[in-house]
Write a protein that binds this ligand. Structure first.
Ligand SMILES: Nc1ncnc2c1ncn2[C@@H]1O[C@H](COP(=O)(O)OP(=O)(O)OP(=O)(O)O)[C@@H](O)[C@H]1O
Length: 336
């Protein structure tokens, strides 16, 4: 199990007109990813979901907070001693082509980490080739066809399967799939999602999806948890089906709506949700971060920050003073 408490991260813009300006990518995020569980982080571009995924995978530092992997708080270890823990969390990036070395055959790509693993675990050399074939078969590829080939000789879907096979060489506890199907041909996406779902079921590996696409979040399993992130904060969290079928935060409602903006359905005549880019993000952090875009805001929202929590009325957690089921048109979902 992997947990995070109050994770914060601020970036300083390096170049351009905004050089020196601070970007609060994460403003105190808590999360729990159970063993074998499926969690999705969803939110619009720039909300901080990739930063959080990279922190969980040990690829990015964080300013404050604590990450605990299988009961061990990472702050109790020196950076070098953290590596073996984070190695068990493998990231699958959106572009499988750039993730693979174009000058290496798939055999060479898998041989390196497997040889290392064999050395660590005292296995014979013959195990390396056997395991490479086994892993390729596990991800739905024909080892005989794939092993001698270079990445450019494979389709995008095949390449992403190779990336997943490579991630499996270290017997990971968790796969972090960051928009893992967004650059793959639409016809092949479902196959990759089905594979991740299958690996979860067969190997007990947990899967973290980072996506802006609600259908992806939902596909992985109806026991999955959904975290809706807005400007570095989790604003709604709970069972994926519960949130998708009955979101209570106006931001989630606007995100799930088939139409690009949520009109003031509850209070006709109110202004619709304002796109983020229309706002100056640097001010108005005193109250709810969504207040200026929200058609349901009141004075309280402008001055007091709502805290993520559960009340008696709704099963999911939310950070809103005016949670309510509203009649939004959700994106149609197809689940295999
Ligand atoms: N290395 C960096 N240096 C400076 N700012 C950064 C860096 N990485 C991320 N940011 C900023 O932090 C914020 C969160 O970025 P992040 O990539 O985590 O968001 P995201 O929700 O994953 O967006 P996207 O879906 O577009 O990848 C953004 O404002 C982004 O510009």
């Amino acid at each position: 199990m992997i947990t995070g408490q109050n994770i914060t991260k601020t970036f300083k813009q390096r170049g351009g007109v905004l050089a020196g300006r601070e970007v609060r990518a994460l403003r105190g995020v808590d999360f729990t990813i159970p063993k074998g569980g499926a969690v999705s982080f969803i939110g619009e571009s720039g909300c901080g979901k990739t930063t959080l995924g990279r922190i969980i995978a040990g690829l990015e530092t964080y300013d404050s907070g604590e990450i605990t992997i299988d009961g061990t708080p990472m702050s109790s270890l020196r950076p070098r001693k953290r590596q073996p823990h984070f190695r068990r969390i493998q990231m699958i990036h959106q572009d499988p082509y750039s993730a693979l070395n174009p000058t290496r055959t798939i055999h060479q790509t898998l041989d390196a980490p497997l040889s290392l693993r064999a050395g660590q675990t005292g296995r014979p050399r013959s195990w390396v080739d056997e395991r490479a074939e086994e892993l390729l078969a596990l991800v739905g590829l024909d080892p005989g066809y794939v092993l001698p080939r270079y990445p450019h000789q494979l389709s995008g879907g095949m390449r992403q399967r190779v990336v997943i096979a490579r991630a499996l060489t270290v017997d990971p506890e968790m796969l972090v799939a960051d928009e893992a199907v967004s650059m793959i041909d639409v016809s092949l996406r479902l196959g990759i999602l089905a594979l991740l779902k299958d690996l979860r079921e067969r190997l007990g590996v947990s899967v973290l999806f980072i996506t802006h696409d609600v259908a992806t979040a939902r596909y992985i399993g109806d026991d999955g948890e959904l975290y809706v992130i807005y400007r570095g904060q989790v604003i709604e969290r709970g069972n994926v089906d519960t949130i998708i079928s009955a979101p209570v935060h106006p931001y989630t409602q606007s995100l799930l709506s088939a139409i690009p903006v949520l009109h003031g359905l509850e209070r006709p005549g109110e202004q619709p949700v304002v796109p983020t880019e229309a706002l100056n993000e640097s001010h108005h952090d005193a109250g709810c971060l969504f207040a200026r875009r929200c058609p349901f805001r009141t004075d309280r929202c402008e001055s007091e920050p709502p805290v993520l929590g559960r009340d008696e009325e709704f099963p999911q957690e939310h950070a809103c003073f005016h949670p309510r089921r509203r009649d939004v048109v959700a994106t149609p979902i197809e689940r295999g």
